[in-house]
Design a protein around this ligand. Sequence first.
Ligand SMILES: CC(C)(COP(=O)(O)OP(=O)(O)OC[C@H]1O[C@@H](n2cnc3c(N)ncnc32)[C@H](O)[C@@H]1OP(=O)(O)O)[C@@H](O)C(=O)NCCC(=O)NCCS
Length: 154
Amino acid sequence: MGGPYDHGVVNVRRMQSGDISAVIDIETEAFSSPWTEEIYVQLIDQSRVELIVLEEEKAGIIGYAVLWCILDQGELANMAVSPEFRRNGLGTYLMASVLETARDRGVKTMYLEVRDSNETAVELYRRFGFSDVGLRKGYYQDPKEDARMMKVVL
Ligand SMILES: CC(C)(COP(=O)(O)OP(=O)(O)OC[C@H]1O[C@@H](n2cnc3c(N)ncnc32)[C@H](O)[C@@H]1OP(=O)(O)O)[C@@H](O)C(=O)NCCC(=O)NCCS
């Protein structure tokens, strides 16, 4: 499957343990409280977790997403694209893959939390039909900020 990025071929596939260090590099740049390598190592074999990577033919891993699935409920727990590859439609492509994976697993309702000020991500989620279901006051640290909770029925 080839993605929409027109400078090279991009694919989505399941994360493997050899991908984790590249994922951590993106994670560390993207978030002030990044998940650690140990977290990904623990998640990689769990049946309730779908770990998805975006791979560009020359650059290697350029994005990833983490989806929890519990019965018919899913949660987008994490997602990022490498800074130099952003604004090329790849986050959109990754999100479409996440939702397809969720549907394949029988997920009916997807949830997520996002920093209230993260307009790029919020807009992306809205385009996929997510709507606001509430705020978690002071949920994030560094800097302290509310979490916007969003939901979509698939
Ligand atoms: C959120 C994130 C994953 C989006 O990834 P992305 O690859 O830039 O996503 P897209 O390119 O599909 O869309 C992002 C924006 O780029 C715009 N865009 C896409 N292609 C474009 C192009 N060719 N030219 C100009 N703008 C473009 C989209 O319209 C969208 O803009 P909007 O938010 O103003 O509507 C990325 O910004 C990121 O990794 N951020 C840091 C981590 C993060 O915040 N993760 C989400 C919370 S967990």
